[in-house]
Design a protein around this ligand. Structure first.
Ligand SMILES: Nc1nc2c(ncn2[C@@H]2O[C@H](COP(=O)(O)OP(=O)(O)OP(=O)(O)O)[C@@H](O)[C@H]2O)c(=O)[nH]1
Ligand SMILES: [Mg+2]
Length: 396
């Protein structure tokens, strides 16, 4: 039992004490869905041509050829912040902002013109040296108690160019050189610096995966769950962050299923809200990049037949998720009495709630285990898919 399980169970017990069963059901429902309504706004700031559109597309999990991708290699005609909504997540927007300190956007008026207070988080991007202007901006953002990071992009080009001039130079040495060169100009705001390539096929290389993890972990606390669940399963690190957040939903889900719309399943010995669980498993697939659209997008980007990804262990197993499958999972679980410790440990905390519904304790434990096991198996499948992507992309 994790400390988050204890928190979720304790919160449910006190809501029940305060508002009764109906109130608890309503709260659990809100708890599980509220992430969809949280507005998320990330500003990507950089001068023209540094690779902002490319970077924004990749962060949205889109190859430039994807119909929803921003055009790259074309100069922006407007100098206003341009919004790029995250695919299928209308409340999550990445904003393309012009760089600071140019003739059009002097430092003196930049903060006010761009209305920086409306953004949750900032990514300051350059493809050459960071300058004093970007350092200044970092300091201004920090002074407003907002978070940011620096991304130095196009390192793939730097490595290639450097090797053209000095064929014996090591990649690590080249990256060290870039890092110290940038650092020299980032004296005041001293935030994390990530060396990346913004191209989609490089999203698993250099500091890109670590940068996504940093972004997630440093995002404003009250919005972090929403960010994680809105984000695409871009890398191993993002998958792990998602699994953590999805795990935290298991107690409220199991409780809602066993005391909410629970219907006894004949011959299985437990009652469950099968529709609720089916929806959650479909959400797991989407979250972890195992749904048909994600697999299709990835196979397009890799230029491989999607059957290769679908035939991976675990991916195939969950290719179809429906109520019949959920019932058979519950049946299989209720027959197994081992490994239920973590689920049972929560029972004393929610004892008063469970006691109201006949058989709810058994149903809660079985549901908890099915959710936990399925999440574990889907995590492994998602990591396998990413391993294939890394292998294939190395050959592109
Ligand atoms: N090699 C390499 N090329 C990149 C990278 N990021 C962007 N590019 C290329 O740089 C060019 C400009 O990229 P964009 O993403 O359009 O740049 P931008 O900052 O949006 O440009 P504006 O909209 O004009 O301000 C395109 O040809 C990209 O393919 C990168 O990390 N590596
Ligand atoms: Mg652009």
């Amino acid at each position: 039992m994790s400390s988050r399980d204890v928190e979720e169970a304790t919160a449910a017990a006190s809501q029940f004490a305060e508002k009764g069963m109906e109130g608890l059901r309503e709260n659990l429902h809100t708890r599980l869905h509220e992430w969809k309504d949280v507005p998320l706004n990330i500003a990507v700031i950089g001068n023209s041509g540094v690779g902002k559109s490319t970077f924004i597309n990749t962060l949205r999990g889109l190859h430039p050829e994807h119909p929803q991708a921003a055009r790259v290699g074309v100069t922006q005609t407007t100098m206003d912040p341009a919004p790029y909504p995250y695919p299928d997540q209308p409340n999550f927007t990445l904003w393309d902002l012009p760089g600071v300190g140019t003739a059009d956007f002097p430092k003196a008026t930049y903060i006010q013109t761009m209305n920086l207070s409306r953004f949750d988080y900032f990514i300051i991007i350059c493809s050459n040296r960071f300058t004093e202007a970007e350092d200044w901006l970092g300091g201004e953002i920090k002074a407003r108690e907002k978070k940011f990071l620096f991304a130095r992009t196009k390192v793939d080009l730097d490595i290639e160019n450097h090797r053209e001039d000095y064929p014996d130079s090591s990649e690590a040495g080249i990256l060290d050189g870039i890092r110290s060169n940038c650092r020299e100009n980032l004296r005041h705001s001293a935030e994390r610096l990530f060396l990346i390539s913004g191209h989609y096929r490089n999203r698993l290389r250099w500091d890109f995966p670590e940068m996504c993890q940093h972004l997630i972990r440093c995002y404003p606390q009250r919005k972090r769950e929403a960010l994680v669940l809105n984000f695409r399963a871009l890398s191993h690190q993002v998958v792990e962050e998602k699994v953590k957040v999805l795990k935290e939903r298991i107690v409220p889900l199991s409780l809602l299923s066993s005391v909410g719309g629970a219907i006894p399943i004949p011959g299985v010995g437990v009652a469950a809200d099968v529709a609720l669980l089916t929806t959650e498993f479909i959400e797991y697939k989407k979250q972890l990049g195992l749904d048909n659209d994600s697999i299709q997008d990835l196979s397009n980007a890799l230029g491989i037949d999607k059957k290769i990804l679908f035939s991976l262990p675990g991916v195939l197993k969950f290719a179809v998720v429906n109520s019949a499958k959920v019932i058979s999972m519950l049946a299989a679980q209720s027959a197994v009495k081992v490994g239920l410790k973590s689920a049972q440990a929560v029972l004393p905390i929610i004892g008063t709630v469970i006691a109201c519904v006949v058989g709810a304790a058994i149903s809660f434990v079985a549901t908890y285990k099915v959710l936990e096991n399925t999440l574990k198996e889907m995590r492994e499948a998602a990591l396998r898919v990413l391993d294939v992507a890394i292998r294939e992309e190395a050959t592109l």
